[in-house]
Design a protein around this ligand. Structure first.
Ligand SMILES: C[S@@+](CC[C@H](N)C(=O)[O-])C[C@H]1O[C@@H](n2cnc3c(N)ncnc32)[C@H](O)[C@@H]1O
Length: 385
């Protein structure tokens, strides 16, 4: 008999609806998108599938028990002690558990005090819990796939929901080595840009301001049918309730990666030679069977004759740290004119970190989402042709 899980798939705030669409396409029964993520419910195979196939998800947690009301430390620790946490926390050897508390608009507002009480109670149950950011004295340095399991207590208006990490840390990483330029995108944000363009890997694609080629690498993986989590070890694999045999059989049963044939032409351009060198290293390291990427070390307009007709454009233009305001405005104007001339380039999606972009481009854009990249507010825009 398989267990039914309630899961919370987390994403950068602002990208919840894009994540909900992606999870529905993977086959999840998706709840209403809310602050920083989406609730889904399903059997263990759904957890396995989402962990393996979602390109947008950044954290994956399993809910432990139903939410409950707690207004005192006693109420809280009594309820936590009764939860079926043991199903999700490795006991042998006893592991360190990282505890994260988030409290809003609640009587139990003092996160540190909450953590201390819960840690003491978990210790009574033989769990060596530690607060997040306080590495234990005997804890070995965590390797990504063997980081201590994380337990979250989210308290909002006195209602508490306890969750345990199911994915593992840094789900945005794809497992290949990344050389980065200035302001590189997380892979999950690159995936969100491609999703906003409905990119399925069959169309040629141009990133005119490609930087370290994050968007192109993600497009190549999509075109090659490579699942982002195919080679990853997930936190759920260490749960005592995890059925390793069933998981291995499930993985065996999956169809082999289906690459698009012929592979689409993927083109990137960038004026910065150092950044392009990083892009060359990244794209030279592609896993076998990936759709190849062509890089052009020129101004985007000079690269235009290498861009195939009918290509999609997905890009993240400069934010303006290095160029003057006038220089940036001129760049956006030139880009707008290029898109006006090449009406065959469609769809066009831009992740813009500069508020002058829309006006300077002289074109009409629809805002698909608004989120943050490295602390900077960015808009995900799709050109209205
Ligand atoms: C925000 S970064 C792109 C980051 C990229 N998405 C990544 O993940 O690394 C913008 C890039 O535009 C490049 N750039 C600036 N002016 C350009 C121009 N006229 N033509 C082509 N690229 C340009 C910069 O060198 C920079 O690498």
């Amino acid at each position: 008999m398989s267990t039914r899980y309630r899961l919370f798939a987390g994403v950068a705030p602002g990208l919840e609806t894009l994540l909900a669409d992606e999870l529905a396409a993977i086959g999840a029964d998706v709840g209403k998108p809310r602050d920083g993520g989406v609730e889904i419910a399903g059997e263990r195979e759904l957890l396995w599938q989402v962990a393996r196939d979602s390109r947008l998800v950044e954290t994956l947690r399993v809910r432990v028990g139903q939410p409950f009301v707690a207004q005192s430390f006693e109420e809280l620790t009594d309820r936590v002690a009764r939860l079926a946490l043991a199903a999700f926390l490795p006991r042998d050897p006893p592991e360190l558990v990282t505890l994260r508390i988030e409290s809003r608009k609640s009587r139990l507002y003092h996160e540190r005090a909450v953590a201390e009480r819960v840690i003491a109670r978990l210790r009574e149950r033989g769990l060596a819990a530690e607060e997040a950011d306080a590495p234990g004295p005997n804890a070995p340095p965590p390797r990504p796939e063997h980081a201590p399991p994380t337990v979250w207590l989210r308290i909002v208006s006195d209602r508490v929901q306890v969750s345990v990490d199911a994915g593992g840390p840094a789900l945005f990483k794809r497992g290949y080595r990344r050389y980065v330029g200035e302001a590189p995108l997380r892979e999950t944000l690159a995936a969100a840009c491609l999703r906003a363009a409905d990119y399925d890997g069959s169309q040629p694609l141009w990133d005119p301001f490609c930087g370290a080629a994050t968007i192109l690498l993600e497009a190549s993986a999509i075109a090659s049918g490579l699942a982002p989590g195919a080679g990853r070890v997930f936190a759920f694999e260490r749960w005592p309730t995890h059925d390793a045999q069933a998981y291995a059989a499930w993985r065996e049963s999956l169809p082999p990666p289906q690459a698009k044939a012929p592979p689409p032409l993927l083109v990137g351009s960038d004026v910065d030679r150092r950044v392009l060198a990083a892009a060359r290293k990244n794209t030279g390291d592609l896993p076998g069977g990936s759709a190849p990427i062509t890089l052009v070390g020129r101004d985007f307009a000079a690269a235009l004759d290498t861009v195939p007709r009918g290509a999609a454009v997905v890009t993240n233009p400069p934010y303006g740290h290095r160029l003057s305001d006038a220089g940036l405005k001129q760049l956006f104007q030139r880009f707008g004119k290029t898109l006006q001339r090449r009406t065959d380039l469609d769809p066009v999606v831009v992740l813009s970190g500069n508020p002058t972009f829309v006006q300077a481009s002289g074109l009409r854009w629809r805002q698909v989402a608004r989120t943050r990249n490295r602390g900077i507010g960015v808009s995900l825009l799709r050109l209205e042709r």
